[in-house]
Design a protein around this ligand. Structure first.
Ligand SMILES: NC(=O)C1=CN([C@@H]2O[C@H](COP(=O)(O)OP(=O)(O)OC[C@H]3O[C@@H](n4cnc5c(N)ncnc54)[C@H](O)[C@@H]3O)[C@@H](O)[C@H]2O)C=CC1
Ligand SMILES: O=C(O)[C@@H]1CCC=N1
Length: 274
């Protein structure tokens, strides 16, 4: 286990997931710091996890790695407050959707390494997909340290930063699409007359079984789908309706919209308000 200390700056929903994951993986509580905006939230985190919840400037000076987990819209103000006071030996890791590593580098003293990370909420069950990209001054050592933080929370992958908005659309937001599908399929079970609890159990187990098969069989999804789809059977009747209703086209458009929104957030944040 590393001797590095990590501070989650802006410990909201995602920041708390990362903190709890680090603790589960055995990261010592005394090497974890968090910051929040509200005193009640600070007290809650300190009590729940036994970690120190401190002011931003204290975290920035005490921790080796600064995980920035505020909303992208709050990042400029946050960095206005302390960015130029970040000491030279720190690593800044942004978890913010859309924002580029250049956005951070512009607001930090020269030479501070920045790594951009997109993770997702299955971090809560150590099944996150975490994707990282090096920014200015980030070396192999900084990427390896970032991976050390996120590996216990699931899977990690490196991509060039130019792909991060697409990654955000696919895996960052991805859990929401699956939950929406599950919710809709449970409703379909109700429509077909099943008790809600039964429909829920059937669909959740089917989702888990399908996901594990996708991962462990190594087969292409088309092959797995074909194995379920009997000639003149039930599945093909459903698939015809899914195609008629443009589910495939809807997914292409939806993920493109998410990617475009990530890009738009960055543009809006980079442009100072008139
Ligand atoms: N929720 C998700 O599934 C994912 C979120 N993200 C990214 O993670 C970041 C956080 O998202 P959430 O946790 O969902 O939002 P959130 O709103 O739950 O958390 C952000 C936290 O930052 C705190 N904060 C804001 N300004 C602060 C300041 N100056 N000092 C200290 N704390 C401050 C807020 O009080 C809040 O608790 C965003 O940038 C988002 O793009 C990335 C991947 C997935
Ligand atoms: O919806 C959002 O903007 C964040 C980023 C990826 C998932 N949630």
């Amino acid at each position: 286990m590393t001797d590095h200390s990590v501070a989650v700056i802006g410990a909201g929903k995602l920041g708390e997931l990362v903190l709890s994951g680090l603790l589960r993986s055995g990261w010592p509580a005394q090497q974890l710091l968090a910051t929040t905006r509200r005193p009640e939230r600070s007290a809650e985190l300190a009590e729940r996890y036994g970690i120190h919840v401190v002011r931003n400037l204290t975290a920035v000076t005490q921790a080796d790695v600064l995980l920035i987990a505020v909303k992208p819209q709050d990042a400029a103000k946050l960095l206005d407050d302390f960015g130029m006071r970040v000491p030279p030996d720190k690593l800044v890791v942004s978890l913010c959707a859309g924002l580029t590593t250049g956005f951070f580098a512009d607001r930090l003293p020269g030479g501070i390494p920045v790594v951009r990370v997109m993770t997702n909420t299955p971090a809560l069950v150590d099944q996150a997909m975490t994707v990282l990209s090096p920014g200015p001054y980030a070396t192999e050592e900084h990427l390896a340290l970032t991976e050390e933080i996120f590996k216990p929370l699931g899977k990690t992958l490196r991509v060039p930063e130019s792909q991060q908005d697409a990654v955000t659309a696919l895996s960052g937001s991805g859990p929401a699409y699956f939950y929406l599908l599950v919710e809709a399929m449970i409703d379909a079970g109700i429509l077909l007359g099943l008790p809600r609890q039964v429909a829920h159990e059937l669909i959740v187990q089917t989702a888990i079984g399908s996901a594990v098969m996708l991962r462990d069989s190594g087969e292409h999804p088309v092959k797995l789908r074909e194995a379920v789809t009997s000639p003149a059977g039930t599945t093909i009747s459903a698939i015809r309706e899914l195609e008629n209703h443009g589910v495939r086209a809807a997914l292409l458009a939806a993920l493109e919209a998410a990617r475009d929104r990530a890009t738009e957030i960055a543009t809006q944040m980079a442009t100072p308000k008139a």
